[in-house]
Design a protein around this ligand. Structure first.
Ligand SMILES: NC(=O)c1ccc[n+]([C@@H]2O[C@H](COP(=O)([O-])OP(=O)(O)OC[C@H]3O[C@@H](n4cnc5c(N)ncnc54)[C@H](O)[C@@H]3O)[C@@H](O)[C@H]2O)c1
Length: 350
């Protein structure tokens, strides 16, 4: 049986990838130390998800309680497993939280990624290496695109971006947040292990990745946290831009499906923007209405004038490159279905 190593296996994307590859016959080695609970407190705790994987998958899943910052631990684990593919999703994932923990943020996002790349180069250089990057590598440059204000959302006012932002967009000379900068370091390093050493690496620059298995918190996990607030009657804070800021949302299952396609036909040093695209884009105001439609509960929210530093006003991923390199892949889960699943999951979890 082929073996895959998934870091961040108790998180949203990691756990989806674990389930997906186990379901197509792979043995899955997961790496997660529940660092999300350290970053975000009890709401970010991912042990429930780890438990779910262990209970559902039995011997097809092996959990490794390793911190990816532990270089010696990572080197020896990878040399022992010699995985046939690696999916790296472990991260400090919050744009805003990074400034409070700059060393932890960089050590996890940049150095942790290097630890894994080097371990793979030494032990399994031909195995595809998929790295979850982020659209924050573009910094706040997307905010320089001309915009128009519609009733419930901001929209691009430049036909060049009608289908969204593609991979040729510059990552240079803009405000990234410390998180964006540490992710740029990881992203460029992943590309370099492809270009310099010829390893089959790829960076997936995520828009909003979402799904029922997110442990959403205020600082990370937009739709998951919004739904949780709605169901628990908590106040959701909107930060600036009149609540009309737009995110494109992709269900973690569609991310896992793309990863499967890449691993089946890997390329070297590739970069893809991966999000829900225009069809799955939504503003915060629009998300309130959609969620209210599923739960029947009014969203309690407050408005803060100040936007988050460097936050995107309108971000939509252009999926053309993904579709052209992997023509059998496309989005299969609509925004409505995704929100329905998130609501259902929170109702059963809490
Ligand atoms: N969710 C999104 O909207 C989004 C958007 C763009 C990019 N991304 C990227 O996708 C990846 C996955 O995001 P997610 O939403 O699944 O995050 P997540 O926080 O749900 O999952 C990450 C997992 O990694 C684990 N982890 C963190 N640091 C670790 C360490 N040092 N050692 C071992 N495990 C560690 C955490 O405990 C957590 O379970 C991240 O790289 C993130 O930056 C996510």
């Amino acid at each position: 049986m082929p073996k895959i190593l998934v870091t961040g296996s108790s998180g949203l994307i990691g756990s989806e990838v674990v389930i997906h590859f186990a379901s197509i016959g792979w043995t899955v080695h997961g790496v997660d130390n529940n660092q999300r609970a350290v970053f975000f407190g009890p709401l970010g705790d991912t042990r429930w998800n780890q438990q779910r994987l262990v209970e559902t998958l039995g011997t097809a899943f092996v959990h490794h309680e390793i911190d990816i910052r532990d270089r010696a631990g990572v080197l020896s684990m990878v040399s022992e497993i010699k995985p046939d593919a690696i999916v790296h999703t472990a991260a400090q994932p919050s744009h805003d939280h990074a400034a409070a923990i700059p060393f932890d943020d960089f050590d996890v996002n940049a150095v942790g990624t290097l630890n894994l790349l080097e371990a793979c180069r030494q032990s399994c250089p031909d195995s595809p290496f998929v790295h979850m990057s982020t659209n924050k590598v573009y910094g706040d440059r997307p905010n320089t695109i001309a915009l128009k204000e519609l009733e419930t959302r901001w929209e691009y006012d430049d036909p060049v971006f009608a289908d969204g932002i593609d991979e040729t967009f510059s990552i240079d000379q803009s405000k990234h947040s410390l998180f964006g900068a540490s992710k740029v370091a990881g992203d460029v390093m992943v590309q370099e292990y492809g270009r310099y050493f010829g390893m089959p690496t790829c960076c997936l620059r995520g828009g909003c990745l979402t799904g029922p298995n997110h442990s959403g918190v205020e600082l990370h996990g937009f739709l998951s946290y919004l739904v949780r607030c709605n169901l628990e009657g908590r106040e959701y804070k909107v930060f600036g831009y009149k609540g009309k800021q737009v995110r494109d949302n992709i269900h973690s299952h569609d991310v896992a499906r793309f990863i499967e396609d890449f691993i089946a036909a890997p390329r070297v040093a590739e970069v893809y923007n991966i999000g829900g695209g225009r069809a799955n884009s939504v503003s915060i105001l629009e998300a309130f209405s959609l969620v209210e439609g599923f739960t029947g509960r009014k969203q309690i929210h407050t408005y803060m004038q100040e936007n988050r530093l460097g936050d995107h006003i309108c971000y939509i991923s252009n999926l053309a490159k993904m579709r052209s390199h992997y023509p059998t892949w496309d989005i299969t889960l609509s925004l409505g279905e995704t929100i329905r699943q998130i609501v259902e999951s929170h109702q059963s979890r809490h």
